[in-house]
Design a protein. Structure first.
Lengths: 193, 461
């Protein structure tokens, strides 16, 4: 897993609530047997017409916007547990997702793929979305070590929460398998009970 | 200390606690399928790690499989490859597989309970969010991502923070033709799609006590649709009677020992929950969803609410519906009766009892997709097949089918489908498809009338 410490990037606003993982990557694209290439079909049916041409009104097709940060409405990532959603976001280039609420399974999947889900208050999220709507070039700074998110031009400086263990994993690029294997003896003992 | 059902099962599976961090939770049973396991097997092989406990892992092919001619080679190349890879991976790692053609093949959450693999007091996981289904047995069961599938492969454990506890109590008696599906759709409509985030839910009260295991599975199945990690119902005599004698259920002295333990699992009186909700069964009626998340549900006699926000408007525009509109008499061309929510024998008995001697409306394509080969066999043995065929319903072979449209069973763009499945997300049943989630009874009645009908007025045979 890639290490994550600090990111300064422009951001893409997606002011839609309850974005489910079927929208992030529809089921018909889950037939791959590797993790690569899912970015191509990220938000497939919002991004493209049936014939494969771009839907001009969808934000990812708006050339004014780019960046490694996605700012989305509350309850992002709800529904199916498919990790393909996290792979698709990662493959497309997102490193940070900001919302006022994440679905549990998606949040875990994101963290396991080096994507940082940042939860902020709903009012702050609205503020951020509004600002990005008018200012596509605004740059957001995310500092994992200090757990801060800031957008200087609107005086926004938020601290966010993250599980200390997961923070350590992201900063060092570790994953849970390494940790669990280091606990082999304790697990074997538990199995003897 | 007074403990909840969830505390008791969770605490009994904690191997270790990371200081200021998550806990290591031991997993009793790991269910896998073709779609969310290949990358996990690959991860293990790349790192040279063997499967820790293949004997605690059970596989089936369900998500992308065709529901016609399962004895033939799968036509879709990508599906064929995924299923072949599952077979190879299971062979190489010594995992039991109930693949296509096996008499135990079926939707993972139908197959495991009916074989007695699912038992009270266990921890179970699967790379599928509807793993919450197994909570009906007083099991901690939840969906995981593929990285976590790899973690369980490698260690038979997961690193998790203990979720919060929620209790939803429903007392009283359900009205006529109000089914378990209506109960859970009602709860989700009342609480919203993210009300359960961070929680494990216990369903308590007379309504769940009086429910069959099939009904309890339907309820627990949809816990994820309110954002909860899982749902549980305390094991009782109904549970024990269901499990006893099944293929992998404990037997003899082992049964007695386990039974004694299972009886200790229900929540202690006075144990505390982080969040509690209470509903009256008398307020619940046959339900239908109108929007693009399962929380957008109304009683079938109610009108679509008149809200005004971007997401709500986007949803109604996708559905081609208007605020304030009633769904009664709404014409329907597709009916899907199946999925891990409602594809068990009890569901098909309910459907058969309603459509016996009737015919589907000429405009309707009605699909019956049994949850497993065993359910399909029961449908035949109980004579339901004839009833479905006479009514003009198509009976298919088992799999996830039109619930998520990974195989050929898709609803065409713009068409409405009354579906007994669990998700009405945009494009879930096929690009552009519009889903109304209901109980199997509403689905059956709709197929007969060709339009949405109020089943509370229907006399059951």
């Amino acid at each position: 897993m890639e290490k994550f410490t600090k990111l300064v990037s422009r951001a893409i606003p997606l002011p839609i609530e309850n974005v489910d993982t079927d929208q992030i990557i529809p089921a018909r694209f889950l037939k791959a047997t590797s993790k690569a290439g899912f970015g191509e079909n990220l938000f497939r049916d919002w991004r493209f017409h049936k014939d494969g041409s771009s839907k001009e009104d969808f934000i990812l097709n708006n050339s004014n916007y780019s960046g490694k940060i996605l700012v989305a409405g509350e309850n992002f990532g709800c529904g199916s547990s498919r990790e393909h959603a996290a792979w698709a976001l990662e493959d497309y280039g997102f490193k940070v997702i900001i919302s006022s609420y994440f679905a549990d399974i998606f949040r875990g999947n994101a963290l396991n793929n080096g994507i940082l889900p940042i939860k902020i208050e709903k009012e702050k999220l609205t503020l951020l979305l509004q600002h990005l709507d008018q200012n596509p070039n605004a740059e957001i700074e995310v500092d994992l070590e200090h757990q801060t998110l800031s957008l200087a031009e609107i005086d926004l400086k938020e601290t966010f929460e993250i599980d200390p263990y997961k923070k350590m994993c992201l900063i060092n690029g570790y994953d849970d398998i390494d940790f669990l294997l280091s606990k082999k003896e304790a697990i074997a003992q538990f199995e003897m009970q | 200390m007074k403990k909840t059902l969830f505390d008791k099962v969770w605490d009994a599976h904690v191997v270790d606690t990371v200081p200021n961090g998550p806990q290591i939770l031991y997993i009793d049973k790991h269910l896998i399928h073709e779609v969310t396991s290949p990358q996990a097997f690959a991860e293990l092989e790349q790192r040279g790690i063997p499967l820790a406990r293949p004997d605690r892992t059970v596989a089936t092919a369900d998500h992308n499989v065709p529901t016609i001619n399962q004895h033939l080679t799968i036509k879709d190349a990508l599906s064929r490859k995924q299923v072949a890879m599952l077979t190879e991976n299971c062979e190489r790692h010594g995992v039991t597989l109930y693949g296509l053609g096996h008499p135990y093949q079926g939707i993972v959450h139908v197959m495991a309970p009916e074989l007695g693999i699912t038992q009270p007091g266990m921890t179970m996981v699967c790379g599928d969010s509807h793993t919450s289904t197994h909570g009906a047995f007083g099991t901690i069961a939840f969906g995981i991502g593929t990285s976590q599938v790899a973690q369980v492969f490698a260690s038979q454990c997961l690193l998790l923070n203990k979720p919060k506890k929620m209790r939803i109590t429903v007392n009283g008696n359900l009205g006529p033709n109000v089914l378990p599906k209506d109960v859970i759709l009602y709860i989700i409509a009342q609480l919203g799609t993210n009300s359960g985030t961070g929680h494990f839910v216990e369903y308590a009260g007379e309504v769940f006590e009086n429910m069959s295991m099939e009904g309890r599975m339907t309820v627990c199945n949809m816990s994820i649709e309110m954002g909860a990690r899982g749902g549980m119902i305390a094991p009782d005599q109904t549970t024990f009677d269901y499990v006893k004698g099944r293929e992998f259920a404990p037997q003899g002295e082992d049964w007695n020992k386990k039974l004694a333990y299972w009886k200790t699992l229900p929540t202690d009186p006075g144990a505390e929950f982080d969040t509690e909700y209470e509903f009256d069964a008398a307020d619940i009626a046959p339900m239908i969803t109108y929007g693009t998340n399962p929380g957008m549900g109304i009683k079938i006699t109610e009108h679509i609410p008149e809200l005004d926000d971007t997401s709500f408007n986007k949803s109604l525009s996708y559905m081609g519906l208007k605020k304030g509109q009633s769904l009664l008499d709404h014409p329907i061309n597709y009916v899907f009766i199946g999925s891990c929510t409602n594809s068990r024998i009890e569901d098909f008995r309910m459907v058969a009892s309603h459509i016996k001697g009737k015919k589907k409306a000429p405009n309707v394509t009605a699909l019956i997709v049994p949850g497993s080969q065993q359910v399909a066999k029961q449908i035949k043995e109980e004579g339901l097949e004839e009833i479905f065929e006479n009514a003009g319903f198509e009976i298919r072979q088992s799999g996830c089918s039109a619930c998520l449209g990974m195989n050929e069973d898709k609803i065409p763009a713009g068409e409405y489908c009354v579906s007994t499945s669990n998700r009405n997300f945009e494009g879930r049943q096929g690009p552009g498809a519009r889903t109304f989630l209901t109980s199997p009874l509403v689905a059956a009645a709709t197929a007969v009338e060709g339009k949405v009908v109020d089943v509370s007025q229907i006399e059951m045979v």
